[in-house]
Design a protein around this ligand. Structure first.
Ligand code: LER
Ligand code: MN
Length: 276
Protein backbone atom coordinates (compact mmCIF):
# COMPACT_ATOMS: atom_id res chain seq x y z
CA UNK A 1 0.00 0.00 0.00
CA UNK A 2 1.24 3.48 -0.86
CA UNK A 3 0.09 6.61 0.94
CA UNK A 4 -0.67 10.05 -0.42
CA UNK A 5 -2.38 13.18 0.87
CA UNK A 6 -4.54 15.92 -0.66
CA UNK A 7 -3.06 19.42 -1.05
CA UNK A 8 -4.85 22.64 -1.90
CA UNK A 9 -4.39 26.39 -1.93
CA UNK A 10 -5.28 28.60 1.07
CA UNK A 11 -8.44 30.01 -0.57
CA UNK A 12 -10.25 26.66 -0.94
CA UNK A 13 -13.46 26.82 1.16
CA UNK A 14 -13.78 23.00 1.27
CA UNK A 15 -12.85 22.12 4.85
CA UNK A 16 -11.77 18.49 4.58
CA UNK A 17 -8.27 19.10 3.29
CA UNK A 18 -5.63 19.14 6.00
CA UNK A 19 -2.73 20.58 4.00
CA UNK A 20 -3.46 23.94 2.45
CA UNK A 21 -1.44 26.99 1.52
CA UNK A 22 1.89 27.11 -0.27
CA UNK A 23 1.96 24.03 -2.48
CA UNK A 24 5.75 23.84 -2.79
CA UNK A 25 6.29 24.15 0.95
CA UNK A 26 3.62 21.52 1.54
CA UNK A 27 5.24 19.17 -0.98
CA UNK A 28 8.48 19.51 0.97
CA UNK A 29 6.65 18.64 4.19
CA UNK A 30 4.76 15.74 2.61
CA UNK A 31 8.09 14.26 1.50
CA UNK A 32 9.66 14.82 4.92
CA UNK A 33 6.72 13.10 6.60
CA UNK A 34 7.23 10.04 4.40
CA UNK A 35 4.29 10.10 2.01
CA UNK A 36 4.89 8.79 -1.51
CA UNK A 37 2.31 10.89 -3.32
CA UNK A 38 -0.15 13.76 -3.31
CA UNK A 39 -3.48 14.77 -4.81
CA UNK A 40 -4.28 18.29 -5.86
CA UNK A 41 -7.50 20.25 -5.52
CA UNK A 42 -7.25 23.21 -7.92
CA UNK A 43 -10.00 25.52 -9.10
CA UNK A 44 -8.41 26.46 -12.42
CA UNK A 45 -6.19 23.71 -13.78
CA UNK A 46 -5.17 25.95 -16.68
CA UNK A 47 -3.51 28.47 -14.37
CA UNK A 48 -1.23 25.86 -12.80
CA UNK A 49 2.45 26.27 -13.69
CA UNK A 50 2.87 22.69 -14.90
CA UNK A 51 6.59 22.84 -15.55
CA UNK A 52 7.40 24.23 -12.13
CA UNK A 53 5.07 21.84 -10.32
CA UNK A 54 6.46 18.90 -12.27
CA UNK A 55 10.01 19.85 -11.31
CA UNK A 56 9.12 20.13 -7.60
CA UNK A 57 7.37 16.75 -7.74
CA UNK A 58 10.47 15.29 -9.36
CA UNK A 59 12.76 16.94 -6.82
CA UNK A 60 10.92 15.17 -3.99
CA UNK A 61 10.13 12.00 -6.01
CA UNK A 62 6.42 12.40 -5.24
CA UNK A 63 3.63 11.07 -7.48
CA UNK A 64 0.65 13.31 -8.24
CA UNK A 65 -1.87 10.52 -7.92
CA UNK A 66 -5.12 12.36 -8.63
CA UNK A 67 -6.71 15.69 -9.45
CA UNK A 68 -9.93 16.65 -7.69
CA UNK A 69 -12.55 18.68 -9.59
CA UNK A 70 -14.92 19.59 -6.73
CA UNK A 71 -13.88 23.24 -6.51
CA UNK A 72 -15.41 23.93 -9.92
CA UNK A 73 -18.72 22.81 -8.44
CA UNK A 74 -18.35 24.33 -4.99
CA UNK A 75 -17.06 27.74 -6.04
CA UNK A 76 -18.45 28.18 -9.55
CA UNK A 77 -21.53 25.97 -9.60
CA UNK A 78 -20.31 23.90 -12.55
CA UNK A 79 -22.13 20.60 -12.82
CA UNK A 80 -22.90 17.94 -15.40
CA UNK A 81 -26.55 17.95 -14.35
CA UNK A 82 -27.27 21.67 -14.37
CA UNK A 83 -30.53 22.39 -16.28
CA UNK A 84 -28.71 25.15 -18.18
CA UNK A 85 -27.00 23.56 -21.19
CA UNK A 86 -24.39 26.36 -21.29
CA UNK A 87 -23.32 25.44 -17.74
CA UNK A 88 -23.14 21.78 -18.69
CA UNK A 89 -20.94 22.71 -21.66
CA UNK A 90 -18.70 24.85 -19.43
CA UNK A 91 -18.47 21.95 -16.99
CA UNK A 92 -17.28 19.63 -19.73
CA UNK A 93 -14.77 22.23 -20.89
CA UNK A 94 -13.39 22.54 -17.33
CA UNK A 95 -13.20 18.75 -16.93
CA UNK A 96 -11.17 18.65 -20.17
CA UNK A 97 -8.75 21.14 -18.58
CA UNK A 98 -8.35 18.84 -15.55
CA UNK A 99 -7.78 15.90 -17.92
CA UNK A 100 -5.16 17.86 -19.85
CA UNK A 101 -3.32 18.65 -16.63
CA UNK A 102 -3.62 15.00 -15.59
CA UNK A 103 -1.66 13.97 -18.71
CA UNK A 104 1.33 15.93 -17.40
CA UNK A 105 1.45 14.07 -14.08
CA UNK A 106 -0.18 10.80 -15.14
CA UNK A 107 -2.93 11.43 -12.56
CA UNK A 108 -6.45 10.16 -12.20
CA UNK A 109 -9.26 12.71 -12.57
CA UNK A 110 -11.90 12.55 -9.84
CA UNK A 111 -15.55 13.19 -10.65
CA UNK A 112 -17.24 13.77 -7.31
CA UNK A 113 -19.69 16.58 -6.61
CA UNK A 114 -19.21 18.01 -10.10
CA UNK A 115 -21.71 15.40 -11.32
CA UNK A 116 -24.38 17.45 -9.51
CA UNK A 117 -27.68 16.35 -8.02
CA UNK A 118 -30.80 14.68 -9.41
CA UNK A 119 -34.13 16.48 -8.85
CA UNK A 120 -37.15 14.45 -7.77
CA UNK A 121 -40.04 13.82 -10.18
CA UNK A 122 -40.29 13.63 -13.93
CA UNK A 123 -37.04 15.41 -14.76
CA UNK A 124 -34.85 12.89 -12.99
CA UNK A 125 -34.46 10.65 -16.07
CA UNK A 126 -33.26 13.41 -18.35
CA UNK A 127 -30.92 14.77 -15.68
CA UNK A 128 -29.36 11.33 -15.19
CA UNK A 129 -28.96 11.16 -18.98
CA UNK A 130 -27.08 14.50 -18.92
CA UNK A 131 -24.71 13.09 -16.30
CA UNK A 132 -24.18 9.97 -18.37
CA UNK A 133 -23.47 12.00 -21.50
CA UNK A 134 -21.14 14.35 -19.62
CA UNK A 135 -19.10 11.54 -18.10
CA UNK A 136 -18.91 9.72 -21.44
CA UNK A 137 -17.72 12.91 -23.12
CA UNK A 138 -15.07 13.37 -20.42
CA UNK A 139 -13.89 9.77 -20.66
CA UNK A 140 -13.80 9.86 -24.47
CA UNK A 141 -11.56 12.91 -24.22
CA UNK A 142 -9.41 11.29 -21.53
CA UNK A 143 -9.12 7.80 -23.05
CA UNK A 144 -6.81 8.55 -25.99
CA UNK A 145 -4.70 10.73 -23.67
CA UNK A 146 -4.19 7.75 -21.36
CA UNK A 147 -6.10 9.38 -18.47
CA UNK A 148 -8.45 7.42 -16.23
CA UNK A 149 -11.52 8.90 -14.57
CA UNK A 150 -12.86 7.84 -11.19
CA UNK A 151 -16.42 8.42 -10.00
CA UNK A 152 -16.70 8.89 -6.24
CA UNK A 153 -19.79 7.82 -4.30
CA UNK A 154 -20.57 10.67 -1.86
CA UNK A 155 -22.79 10.59 1.20
CA UNK A 156 -26.43 11.68 1.19
CA UNK A 157 -25.80 14.94 3.05
CA UNK A 158 -23.74 16.26 0.14
CA UNK A 159 -25.60 14.83 -2.87
CA UNK A 160 -28.56 12.60 -3.68
CA UNK A 161 -26.88 11.15 -6.78
CA UNK A 162 -24.61 8.07 -6.36
CA UNK A 163 -24.22 7.58 -2.62
CA UNK A 164 -23.14 3.93 -2.49
CA UNK A 165 -20.51 1.85 -4.20
CA UNK A 166 -23.19 -0.40 -5.67
CA UNK A 167 -25.13 2.50 -7.24
CA UNK A 168 -21.92 3.96 -8.60
CA UNK A 169 -20.83 0.63 -10.07
CA UNK A 170 -24.20 0.38 -11.82
CA UNK A 171 -23.79 3.90 -13.17
CA UNK A 172 -20.19 3.24 -14.28
CA UNK A 173 -21.44 0.16 -16.09
CA UNK A 174 -23.92 2.36 -17.98
CA UNK A 175 -21.12 4.80 -18.82
CA UNK A 176 -19.42 1.76 -20.36
CA UNK A 177 -15.95 3.18 -20.91
CA UNK A 178 -12.83 1.18 -20.08
CA UNK A 179 -11.02 4.20 -18.58
CA UNK A 180 -13.72 4.83 -15.94
CA UNK A 181 -13.57 3.33 -12.47
CA UNK A 182 -14.49 3.95 -8.85
CA UNK A 183 -12.96 6.00 -6.04
CA UNK A 184 -14.09 4.83 -2.60
CA UNK A 185 -13.86 7.20 0.38
CA UNK A 186 -14.03 5.64 3.85
CA UNK A 187 -15.78 8.70 5.32
CA UNK A 188 -18.68 8.42 2.86
CA UNK A 189 -18.69 4.61 3.07
CA UNK A 190 -19.08 4.76 6.85
CA UNK A 191 -22.30 6.72 6.36
CA UNK A 192 -23.73 4.86 3.38
CA UNK A 193 -22.55 1.26 3.36
CA UNK A 194 -23.99 -1.59 5.43
CA UNK A 195 -20.48 -3.09 5.44
CA UNK A 196 -17.35 -1.22 4.37
CA UNK A 197 -15.55 -4.48 3.60
CA UNK A 198 -18.38 -5.90 1.51
CA UNK A 199 -18.58 -2.64 -0.44
CA UNK A 200 -14.84 -2.75 -1.21
CA UNK A 201 -15.23 -6.36 -2.31
CA UNK A 202 -18.13 -5.37 -4.59
CA UNK A 203 -15.97 -2.67 -6.17
CA UNK A 204 -13.24 -5.28 -6.83
CA UNK A 205 -11.17 -4.50 -9.90
CA UNK A 206 -13.22 -1.36 -10.63
CA UNK A 207 -11.63 0.23 -7.56
CA UNK A 208 -8.95 2.58 -8.92
CA UNK A 209 -8.44 4.88 -5.94
CA UNK A 210 -9.18 5.21 -2.20
CA UNK A 211 -9.69 8.26 0.04
CA UNK A 212 -9.30 7.83 3.77
CA UNK A 213 -10.56 9.76 6.76
CA UNK A 214 -11.86 8.40 10.02
CA UNK A 215 -15.62 8.20 10.72
CA UNK A 216 -15.60 11.79 12.05
CA UNK A 217 -13.50 12.93 9.05
CA UNK A 218 -10.55 13.52 11.33
CA UNK A 219 -7.15 11.95 10.54
CA UNK A 220 -7.29 8.14 10.35
CA UNK A 221 -6.68 6.86 13.86
CA UNK A 222 -8.72 9.64 15.50
CA UNK A 223 -12.07 7.89 15.25
CA UNK A 224 -13.42 4.36 15.33
CA UNK A 225 -12.94 3.02 11.78
CA UNK A 226 -11.02 -0.26 11.66
CA UNK A 227 -8.27 0.49 9.13
CA UNK A 228 -6.60 -2.84 9.71
CA UNK A 229 -9.78 -4.58 8.53
CA UNK A 230 -9.99 -2.14 5.63
CA UNK A 231 -6.44 -2.97 4.55
CA UNK A 232 -7.15 -6.68 4.92
CA UNK A 233 -10.02 -6.27 2.50
CA UNK A 234 -8.02 -4.13 0.09
CA UNK A 235 -5.30 -6.78 0.03
CA UNK A 236 -7.87 -9.50 -0.54
CA UNK A 237 -9.17 -7.75 -3.66
CA UNK A 238 -5.65 -7.15 -4.94
CA UNK A 239 -5.67 -3.39 -4.38
CA UNK A 240 -2.10 -2.25 -3.80
CA UNK A 241 -2.24 1.27 -5.17
CA UNK A 242 -2.46 4.65 -3.43
CA UNK A 243 -4.56 5.28 -0.34
CA UNK A 244 -4.97 9.01 -0.03
CA UNK A 245 -5.68 11.10 3.05
CA UNK A 246 -8.59 13.52 2.61
CA UNK A 247 -9.60 14.72 6.04
CA UNK A 248 -10.30 17.75 8.20
CA UNK A 249 -7.19 19.36 9.72
CA UNK A 250 -7.98 17.54 12.98
CA UNK A 251 -6.93 17.05 15.75
CA UNK A 252 -4.89 20.08 14.57
CA UNK A 253 -3.47 21.11 11.21
CA UNK A 254 0.16 20.43 12.11
CA UNK A 255 -0.14 16.98 13.64
CA UNK A 256 -2.95 15.77 11.35
CA UNK A 257 -0.83 14.61 8.34
CA UNK A 258 1.70 12.95 10.68
CA UNK A 259 -0.95 11.15 12.75
CA UNK A 260 -2.74 10.06 9.56
CA UNK A 261 0.39 8.47 8.08
CA UNK A 262 1.44 6.83 11.35
CA UNK A 263 -2.03 5.31 11.84
CA UNK A 264 -2.23 4.09 8.27
CA UNK A 265 1.23 2.53 8.38
CA UNK A 266 0.45 0.80 11.67
CA UNK A 267 -2.85 -0.57 10.34
CA UNK A 268 -1.24 -1.69 7.08
CA UNK A 269 1.57 -3.47 8.94
CA UNK A 270 -0.93 -5.20 11.25
CA UNK A 271 -3.01 -6.30 8.28
CA UNK A 272 0.11 -7.71 6.58
CA UNK A 273 0.83 -9.75 9.70
CA UNK A 274 -2.72 -11.03 9.93
CA UNK A 275 -2.85 -12.08 6.26
CA UNK A 276 0.68 -13.59 6.23
C1 LER B 1 -14.31 14.65 -2.34
O1 LER B 1 -13.30 13.70 -2.54
C2 LER B 1 -15.21 14.26 -1.26
O2 LER B 1 -15.00 13.30 -0.59
C3 LER B 1 -16.43 15.06 -1.03
O3 LER B 1 -16.81 15.02 0.30
C4 LER B 1 -16.40 16.45 -1.56
O4 LER B 1 -17.40 17.17 -0.96
MN1 MN C 1 -13.29 11.96 -1.08
Amino acid sequence: MKFSIMLTTADNPFAAIAMRGNIEENLRQVKQLGYEGVEFSFLHPKSVDQTRLQSVLEKYALRAVALATGRAWGEEGLSLTNPDSAIRRNTNARIKEYVNLATVFNSLVILGLIRGRIPGGSRSKIVRKWALEGIRRASDWAGPLGVRIVIEPINRYETNFLNTIEETLGFAEEVARSNVGILADTFHMNIEEASISDAFRKAGLHLLHVHVADNNRWAPGCGHLDFRAIFNTLRSIGYSDFVSVECLPKPDPVSCPRIALASLRKAAAASKRSTA
